[in-house]
Ligand binder design. Structure first.
Ligand code: NAD
Length: 281
């Protein structure tokens, strides 16, 4: 089985970005800027935000963190977003989710300028994705598409089964696969016979959030398995797929950690640079 090493691929992308950012910064007289808003003190979110900020600095993108208190009123959070929408030094604006209870995340996401929406969650960007138009694309699915491309996995004409239909992973991933001419099935919590659906897949993409949900009896020999899951268990981080059980069934598979995760962060940097190029151009 070929292990699809996302860590290595992400590192290569980050190196490429570093060179591009340096050249563009010299040409346009300013570096790309990413604003990251974190509301409250959720420990996992704090780690994610720190990793994103570090990744930015590493490639020469200026990151500006806005740590806001848990009890911030909705209106004040909205004001912060609108202020950053107008700030010409900011190309990307990221609101770390989930927000503390009582805050309306959809309202906030809708307020982010589509041209700065580096998470690709804004209805304009999701709509453009559905229409097959250029847009800022959700980081995890876009990172997965790049990862497959760089590992020689052509999805055209293949049967791809996505497990999960969330707005941040499953749904946009299905649209991106469709755009690349895969035959796409989306499974979810109400799907009747998931095992049967998954067994028909040339490419299985699991974004369920249940440890080792995909087992060897569900996977066709030779299939490619992309494991999006990040589940914290007593045994550490595990994916949505039984990696060990699938070792001699799948032809290629992403590990957890070190698969999709690093690609998500690399894609955030790619998106920020894309937004910057639009802004300076
Ligand atoms: P979510 O909880 O929003 O969505 C899970 C989806 O799985 C839902 O659409 C639901 O219908 C489906 N589902 C739930 N139980 C099911 C079942 N028994 N059978 C079939 N389908 C079922 O989760 P999400 O935000 O899409 O994330 C999914 C996983 O991916 C999580 O483990 C998350 O931590 C991980 N994740 C990883 C990255 C990354 O960078 N690698 C990014 C985002 C999410």
């Amino acid at each position: 089985m070929h292990i699809i090493d996302g860590k290595k691929t992400a590192a290569a992308i980050r190196q490429e970005l570093k060179d591009q950012v340096a050249a563009l910064t010299a040409r346009h007289g300013r570096a790309p800027g990413l604003a990251v808003i974190l509301v409250g003190g959720d420990p996992a979110s704090q780690v994610y935000v720190r990793n994103k900020e570090r990744a930015c600095e590493d490639v020469g993108i200026i990151s500006k963190g806005f740590r806001l208190p848990e009890d911030i009123p909705q209106a004040q959070l909205e004001d912060t977003i609108m202020y950053l929408n107008e700030d010409p030094s900011i190309d990307g604006l990221l609101l770390q989710l989930p927000l503390p209870k009582g805050l309306d995340s959809q309202r906030c996401l809708d307020l982010i300028s589509p041209s700065k929406d580096v998470d690709g969650f804004h209805p304009v960007n999701m709509g453009r994705l559905a229409l097959g138009l250029p847009c800022l694309r959700s980081c995890t699915p876009a990172g997965i598409m790049t990862l497959m491309e760089r590992h020689g996995i052509d999805v055209a004409g293949k049967k791809a089964v996505v497990i999960g239909r969330s707005n941040i992973v499953g749904k946009p991933l299905a649209l991106m696969l469709l755009q690349k001419n895969a035959t796409v099935t989306v499974c979810h919590s109400r799907t009747r016979d998931i095992a049967e659906e998954v067994r028909s897949a040339d490419i299985v993409l699991a974004a369920v959030g249940i440890p080792r949900f995909v087992t060897r009896d569900m996977v066709k020999p030779g299939a490619v398995v992309i494991d999006v899951g990040i589940n914290r268990t007593d045994l550490g981080l595990v994916g949505d797929c039984d990696f060990e059980g699938l070792r001699d069934v799948a032809s290629a598979m992403t590990p957890v950690p070190g698969g999709v995760g690093p690609m998500t962060i690399a894609q955030l940097l790619v998106n920020t640079l894309e937004a910057y190029v639009e802004h300076v151009g």
